[in-house]
Design a protein around this ligand. Sequence first.
Ligand SMILES: N[C@@H](CCC(=O)N[C@@H](CS)C(=O)NCC(=O)O)C(=O)O
Length: 223
Amino acid sequence: MIKLYIDWISQPSRAVKAVLDILKVPHEVKALKIQFDEHKSPEFTAIHPLQQLPVLQDGDFTVAESHNIMKYIIKQRNISTNLYPLSDIRQQTRIDQYLDYHHTNTRKCLHLYHSVLISPLKGEKVIPEVLEKEKQDVAKVFSYFENNWLKGRNYICGDQVTLADISACSEMLQLDMIKFDFQKYPITNAWLNRVIRIPEVYQAHNVAFKVIKKQNPSSQFLK
Ligand SMILES: N[C@@H](CCC(=O)N[C@@H](CS)C(=O)NCC(=O)O)C(=O)O
């Protein structure tokens, strides 16, 4: 049986978990806690020396990087899915275009979340100029979603949900933990509500919702 190493609080981990569930690929979840350095244990380091989650083990084959894991499963099992249609090179390329953009753009949401929620908990100093830059970076990402990725479309790559939406949703929803004002971006907000309401995506966020409930009890995303 495939093993999936994740931390429920990690955005790319949740995205991969949701994708495996949507595709109904049987797997065993190995939940680690980054907070307690469980990803730095000798056992996990032997599996993935970069000490990052998520990681998938398919027999003797180890796969890292969330987008790579999602695509590996679809390709290896020849799964027919609109999440990443193997028969449509143009749609694959559109999806890949977003997935590449994600790493150096949408992923910046993490920095703001970290400075606002995690740094104070750890007693780390937050430099005001850095925080301001992080806010600007996130605003740029949301504006780009509003005016480009989602312009005239229900989902990032057209009228059907793809890997792009699931990866992006998991990353952006993390900002709900710091009471980010999603309503400022109505198109993006409506899209986020569509994607998070996919049952498997919602379920993969159960642990994240526990944090949201505590930090932001009036969140629109809580059931
Ligand atoms: N590009 C990677 C990012 C993976 C990543 O940054 N994982 C974080 C959790 S969200 C992690 O494992 N951090 C632990 C560390 O760097 O010590 C992917 O998409 O899988």
